[in-house]
Design a protein around this ligand. Structure first.
Ligand code: NAD
Length: 491
């Protein structure tokens, strides 16, 4: 029997007003229903919005002098998630598909992020200055206040860490949050929101509404009581979100798609580069990461050797059910993702690209009931193939030789995206030139695409606007009130 999950509105676990539900299935074993979830609609979203507005008006939560009290709750929450990590990790693997180790890694990232923002307790402050205006002395003050009700719209690929990136800074700043998870991955997000209530967040301050984007998402985007939208998802939907939210002039941050390039220079530690690109760059989470390594440009002198090194490591990855300890890479999250990468691959092959390893969906035996696709490396992909221009959100990696860093940079910068980028080189000069010339919001040098709460995350070009994490991520959830107060006459 599949578990029943409920939305959380005004601190209570509730069904949809309509009574409708939908199923969440295991992408490794699609005949397994992992959970049954309320199919909420605009009425349910409105209930959550009204409850949040009331909680912000009547509870202690948004008061400026209660920031340490909020910090204690965030700390308690981090400890609660730690206690439930195994259960939540298994649930995440069963609904999302990623391997258990990556699921608990996401939960660690959530814990780190809540602890990091809990550290801002008692430290959110404005400035006081005194100025003279003719004969008058004026006290000028800035006060950092919560924005109000902030909506969080999440994608399916990192339902836990991206939850933390938005919810933790919003809560420490004294806001209320309304969470809309992706329809294929709502279960862990519901469990996480339940734990927020247990940690002591007042009723109404943290709600989660599940259901179709059209009904729930639309109400969230249009309702005037929702002051801020933090959206992570595809670039196309991000554009729609901006348009829908603009009549009410909401703050919007967009973390959108990417097609991150990595350049491998001939003076790099090649074995480490190949291992990192394969294991943590392209094939982590079955390639479904916004900051996956999606294009690799290798200096021509080492190209063939490096392609073979990556191919060997990719062939060694075990594909399977993410709950099995021997599995290195799970299934894709849904059939739409799998058919989309097949479309990109077919387009490249039609233009005479060559598959080095992988290339065809896995559908026999243990793979028959899941959305499996093997780690795939392709070469000789011509410039006009869609694989170089569109975001490929799955385990397919095109590799191309480049003469030198300048050609690598030119090719790396040739898409509409600008999220992350990577370089492998031991030359400081090459590294500095890369950092200067690359068009991306985030840069990794001789390291895997890691995100940590201490430093901002976000893209340029069509990869988004605004930043999450770090002090900049907190600033997105605060309004500045600027006060001028007459003190008296100057001496
Ligand atoms: P998606 O854009 O299809 O959906 C994201 C969320 O938006 C889901 O919750 C969905 O239900 C909701 N949504 C869809 N239409 C909506 C509408 N009209 N109104 C309101 N909400 C709506 O993205 P996805 O397929 O779930 O995730 C994959 C994408 O996310 C990739 O492009 C990936 O690069 C991107 N992503 C970006 C980052 C980043 O930080 N830049 C991080 C992770 C994922």
């Amino acid at each position: 029997m599949a578990d029943r999950f409920r939305m959380i509105i005004n601190g209570a676990s509730v069904e949809a007003r309509s009574g409708a539900t939908f199923e969440v299935r295991n992408p490794a074993q699609t005949d397994e229903v992992v959970g049954i979830v309320p199919k909420g609609d605009a009425d349910d979203a409105r209930d959550a919005i009204v409850a949040a507005a009331e909680a912000l008006r009547t509870s202690w939560w948004p008061r400026l002098h209660e920031s340490r009290r909020r910090g204690r709750i965030l700390q308690r929450y981090a400890a609660l998630v730690e206690e439930h990590k195994d259960r939540l990790g298994r649930l995440l693997t069963r609904e999302q598909g990623k391997i258990y180790k990556e699921s608990t890694g996401e939960l660690d990232s959530l814990i780190n992020t809540f602890e990091y923002y809990a550290g801002y307790a008692g430290k959110i402050s404005g400035e006081v200055k005194y100025v003279r205006d003719g004969d008058a002395v004026i006290k000028v003050e800035t006060r950092k206040q919560p924005v109000g009700l902030c909506a969080t719209i999440l994608p399916f690929n990192f339902p836990v860490s991206l939850y933390a990136w938005k919810v933790a800074p919003a809560l420490i700043a004294g806001n209320a949050v309304l969470i809309k998870p992706a329809s294929t991955t709502p279960l862990t997000d519901i469990a996480l929101t339940q734990l927020l209530q247990e940690a002591g967040v007042p009723p109404g301050i943290a709600s989660i509404v599940t259901g179709p984007a059209g009904a729930v998402g639309d109400e969230i985007l249009r309702h005037p009581a929702v002051k801020r939208i933090a959206f992570t998802g595809s670039t196309d939907v991000g554009r729609m979100v901006t348009q829908a939210a603009s009549p009410a002039l909401k703050h919007v941050t967009l973390e959108l798609g990417g097609s991150d390039p990595t350049i491998v220079a001939d003076d790099a530690d090649l074995d480490l580069a190949a291992e990192t690109i394969v294991r943590y760059g392209r094939f982590r989470n079955a390639g479904q990461s916004c900051t996956s390594v999606k294009r690799v440009f290798v200096f021509a002198s080492i190209y063939e050797r490096f392609v073979e090194m990556m191919a060997q490591k990719a062939r060694a990855l075990q594909v399977g059910d993410g709950l099995k300890p021997e599995t290195d890479m799970g299934p894709l999250n849904n059939e739409g993702q799998r058919s989309d990468i097949e479309r990109l691959l077919a387009d490249a092959l039609q233009r005479r690209a060559t598959v080095v390893t992988g290339g065809q969906r896995l559908s026999e035996g243990a793979y028959a009931k899941g959305y499996f696709f093997p780690p795939t490396i392709v070469v000789d992909v011509p410039d006009d193939a869609a694989l170089w221009q569109e975001e490929c959100f799955g385990p397919v990696l095109p590799v191309m030789p480049v003469r030198d860093l300048e050609e690598g940079l030119e090719r790396a910068n040739s898409t509409v995206f600008g999220l992350g980028s990577g370089l492998w080189s031991s030359s400081d000069r090459t590294i500095e030139r890369f950092i200067e010339g690359i068009e991306s919001g985030i840069v990794w040098i001789n390291y895997k695409p890691l995100s940590v709460p201490e430093t901002p995350f976000g893209g340029v070009k069509d990869s988004g606007t605004g930043r999450e994490l770090g002090a900049e991520g907190l600033a997105e959830y605060l309004e500045t009130k600027s006060i001028r107060k007459y003190v008296g006459k100057a001496d």
